[in-house]
Design a protein around this ligand. Structure first.
Ligand SMILES: *Cc1c(COP(=O)(O)O)cnc(C)c1O
Length: 376
């Protein structure tokens, strides 16, 4: 049995009636948050009404929304000149909302580093004159392209990156700086608040909630106020960031439960020591698995070492048959959701903020056992 480093011993293990959930998204949430939500679903703040049943214009929801906005700003260290918004439609809606608001008929730069980046590019191409700064498609998105290969457009409005490529398992260490002064737009769906973020390096950061923040459908958008103000006016109201910002995420009936739960997860991050503590914990958790992969001749990691994600760890056994067997046998042992994305195959261990360290140890123990039983 691999032993757990002292830095991780405070990370709660899962409860006995739950399994280790390695799902890429929707994914594991903090148990204490789920327990609190069970109570608040019944009766929040002693109001005699559950969170799902409160008016989005009443005092209980006023408090939920105000706290969520305040806590995101505080825990996320979001500067005052940035708007915080909750919108709907998943991160996929951001793929077109960003170019629609800011780059219709203008130039934009994109890094093609994965399947989600590719979806962003496809939508942007319908609206904007898109330049691909660099791509790792040729090597199955196994890396963040080296900066010697970047080709920027000088007069691009913004430059889009995907900070963590959920499917291939790669992650940016730092955002690029655009030589023409374009602001950086970042899809941070699968690594938001897994570590501290310096928002001053971005014009906009957005994240679908279902990986590190809460329920699917709701999206957190954090954008510089002057970027928001520069958005087009002649769009449907629901598609304008400036409307959501001005109406404080209450232009229509918002996804109240999603916003409530994101707020609870942010409170949990604070209680656990904040985003810096998350970063340390996530590094230690990922190291348990990567250290083992580095020693192994049986398993092969998909991502290049210097581009590795701390959130999604992708690997294979020597054959596709053994991969399937691995996934089936692991699930029987309470290690669930390890199948890689259908576009890549192999295995993927998603170990977001709320994933317990003991689950990483359990995975490595299983990997050793499986190797012994199956190596030729
Ligand atoms: C999951 C994911 C998406 C898609 O999110 P939806 O909520 O399904 O629209 C987009 N980008 C990244 C990086 C993701 O991980």
């Amino acid at each position: 049995m691999t032993t757990l480093s002292p830095a991780l011993s405070s990370v709660a293990d899962k409860s006995a009636d739950r399994v280790y959930n390695f799902s890429a998204g929707p994914s594991v949430l903090p148990e204490s948050v789920l327990r609190q939500a069970q109570n608040d679903l019944w009766n929040i703040f002693g109001s005699g009404i559950g969170i799902l049943e409160h008016s989005h214009r009443g005092p209980a929801y006023d408090r939920v929304l105000a706290e969520a906005l305040e806590d995101v700003r505080d825990v996320g260290n979001v500067p005052d000149d940035y708007d915080i918004m909750f919108v709907q439609g998943g991160a996929t809606t951001q793929c077109f909302m960003v170019p629609m608001n800011f780059a219709a008929g203008k130039k934009s730069d994109y890094f093609l580093t994965g399947k989600w980046a590719s979806d962003s590019v496809k939508e942007a191409q319908k609206l904007s004159d898109v330049n691909i700064v660099a791509s790792s498609k040729e090597t199955k998105y196994d890396r963040i392209p080296d900066c010697s290969d970047w080709k920027f457009t000088n007069d691009a409005v913004y430059c889009h990156i995907t900070s963590n490529n959920t499917i291939a398992g790669t992650q940016w260490k730092n955002p690029p700086e655009h030589p023409g002064g374009a602001w950086i737009a970042c899809d941070a769906s699968s690594d938001i608040f897994s570590c501290p973020i310096d928002f001053t390096k971005y014009g906009m950061v957005y994240a679908g909630a279902q990986k590190n923040l809460g329920p699917a459908g709701t999206v957190l958008v954090i954008a510089k106020k002057d970027v928001v103000a520069s958005g087009r006016d002649d769009l449907p109201e629901m598609l304008k960031y400036k409307v959501h910002a001005a109406k404080e995420s209450r232009y229509n009936t918002p996804p109240t439960f999603g916003i409530y739960l994101i707020g609870q997860v942010i409170k949990w991050i604070r209680a656990e020591g904040g985003t810096q503590a998350m970063a340390e914990r996530n590094e230690a958790k990922a190291r348990i698995i990567y250290d083992f992969l580095d020693e192994s001749e049986f398993y092969k990691a998909h991502a290049q070492t210097e581009s590795r994600s701390l959130m999604n760890i992708t690997f294979t056994t020597p054959s596709a048959e053994l991969d399937s067997k691995f996934i089936d046998e692991a699930a029987k042992k309470g290690l669930d959701g390890l199948a890689g994305h259908r576009s890549l195959g192999g295995m993927r261990a998603s170990i977001y903020n709320a994933f317990p360290a003991q689950g990483c140890v359990a995975l490595v123990d299983f990997m050793k056992e499986f190797e012994l039983a199956n190596k030729g």
